[in-house]
Design a protein around this ligand. Structure first.
Ligand code: NAD
Length: 501
């Protein structure tokens, strides 16, 4: 049993400094590959959230009015520091999330892309100008920051998901309160420290550690102008509804169940590589992971042989030892994911590869579950309908392209999907017909690059705004339109109508 008194504590970051909590509540943080508690994270009270918001509110006028040139220099400095020291951050991610080091670096690279985009923000927050809309009258628009913005992030990308939002929010002149996942909270403090080193004024970027209490306090705080949430669907819906109730702008990204449709003409080696990479990368704990392979017959038998071959070669173990796949984030989550394997057998599916009891390169107490492949999954089974969020890949055999698309479109989620085919016409039809926000054509994880926007449809996104890209700049700015006339003595007089010339 761990002696919790000797463990270090993960604190808040408020007003440019680490701040201890007075709430008296904490949660355990684990090293998932070792299966031991390594830290305690503090859980904020509503009052502590109030302190963070107050710091962000106090910093807002100064940051909003800081010149574009100075703001840009600060973001460039942050970008350079992050790039130079990304290995440090990757180690933190692996130690608390469990993902292998190479994948942790990949996560940081995708976050860095958004920082790169934010470096070019002056071009993206420009307004428009029309001269002489009526005689002697000009109209122009400004994009101004909102004020204090809240970000609530999930456990699976403790660095990347906050970076989907805060580089753009800060570049646009907002101040931030981030509430990271309590399962892997340390990355947020490392990023806060980096901002300080980059020269960001104190109070512009704050972190409150916590759970539902902190989230509710952010939702209810009148000075928090917007919420950017990423997490499971029920909580995303809650955030969306509560934000509306409290008059806040909101973008709430939810869960997923991503399908890969394999047509008979596809290159099955490419399909097998892609299914294994996208199904088991990051132990399946990605919102864009492939969870279901829809195999249009007669390809299923041959494809399963190829997928199994590749699964045999995967090295499962501690992500610091050069393995391919690490543990799941907590014991509880591992047990939940494993319970779907029991359910699959009960529901009449065929468990082709069972990841329970896998041999690992690491400590026996780690939260392990090996890659699992389940064939002939009934579409009525919860294994098919629910998000599993672990290394469990289901195969559903379908008779035609139409049957496959019908299944994808009848699902509750609409985050990502992919088609594998050599038929350009079929691919073109697919991207038109499928009701999903992000589509891959022979690409299994179609996460858009930073200068496009990320987000799903249906239960995968609540609210009108996607993350980053042009949508990110729209979300973190509000437009003002100015109609202006400089006095010209010849243009006076009474006119109660709209000006027409
Ligand atoms: P989660 O919903 O449990 O937690 C997300 C955040 O909400 C955390 O900060 C957590 O502290 C907070 N939270 C948890 N319970 C809450 C409650 N009852 N009230 C208020 N706040 C609460 O999600 P998770 O397990 O951390 O992350 C995995 C989920 O996130 C998966 O469903 C995955 O698909 C989803 N996800 C989606 C995307 C996307 O882009 N759509 C990206 C990453 C993850």
């Amino acid at each position: 049993m761990t002696d919790t008194l000797t463990l270090s504590t993960v604190n808040h970051w408020i007003g440019g400094a680490s701040v201890a909590s007075t709430s008296g509540r904490t949660a355990p943080v684990y090293d998932p590959a070792l299966g031991v508690q390594t830290k305690n994270v503090v859980l904020a009270s509503a009052e502590e959230v109030g302190h963070a918001v107050a710091a962000a509110s106090a910093a807002f006028p100064g940051w909003r009015d800081t010149s574009i040139a100075k703001r840009q220099q600060t973001i460039f400095a942050f970008r350079e520091l992050l790039n130079a020291r990304k290995e440090e951050l990757a180690e933190i991610l692996t130690a608390e999330h469990g993902k292998v080091l190479s994948d942790a670096l990949g996560e940081i690279a995708r976050g860095l892309e958004v920082v790169d985009l934010a470096c070019g923000f002056p071009q993206l927050i420009k307004g428009e100008h029309s001269e002489n809309v009526s005689t002697g009258v000009d109209v122009y628009s400004l994009k101004q920051p909102l004020g204090v913005v809240g970000i609530i992030s999930p456990f699976n990308f403790p660095a990347m998901v906050p970076m989907w939002f805060f580089p753009i929010a800060i570049a646009a002149g907002n101040t931030v309160v981030l509430k990271p996942s309590e399962k892997d909270p340390s990355a947020s403090l490392w990023l806060a420290q980096l901002w300080k080193e980059a020269g960001l004024p104190d109070g512009v970027f704050n972190v409150v550690q916590g759970d539902k209490v902190a989230v509710d306090a952010l939702l209810e705080h009148p000075e928090v102008r917007s919420l950017s949430f990423v997490g499971s669907t029920p909580i995303a819906q809650y955030i969306y509804e509560q934000s509306a109730r409290h008059g806040k702008r909101v973008q709430a990204l939810g869960g997923a169940k991503n399908h890969m449709l394999v047509l008979p003409d596809a290159d099955l080696d490419l399909v097998a590589d892609s299914a294994v990479n996208a199904g088991f990368g990051s132990a399946g704990e990605r919102c864009m992971a492939v969870s279901v392979v829809l195999a249009v017959e007669p390809v299923a038998d041959e494809l399963i042989v190829k997928v199994r071959e590749r699964m045999r070669g995967l090295r499962i173990g501690d992500g610091r030892r050069g393995t391919d796949m690490g543990p799941l984030v907590t014991e509880q989550h591992r047990d939940k994911v494993a319970s779907y394997i029991d359910l699959a057998s009960e529901d009449g599916a065929e468990v082709v590869v069972d990841g329970r009891g896998i041999e690992v390169d690491g400590e026996a107490d780690g939260f392990w579950l090996g890659p699992t492949l389940i064939d002939k999954v009934p579409t009525t089974s919860r294994v098919y309908t629910e998000e599993i969020f672990g290394p469990v890949l289901s195969v559903v055999r379908v008779g035609s392209y139409d049957e496959g698309v019908e299944l994808i479109n009848s699902g509750a989620f609409g985050n990502g999907t992919a088609i594998f085919t050599n038929d350009g016409g079929a691919a073109r039809r697919f991207q038109n017909e499928v009701q999903v926000g992000m589509i891959g054509v022979n690409v299994p994880i179609p996460v858009p690059v930073a200068y496009y926007s990320f987000g799903g449809w249906k239960q995968s996104l609540f609210g009108a705004s996607k993350a980053y890209g042009p949508a990110g700049f729209d979300f973190f700015t509000q437009e003002k339109a100015i109609t202006e006339r400089w006095l010209d003595p010849s243009h006076g007089g009474i006119n109660l109508g709209f000006p027409q010339n």
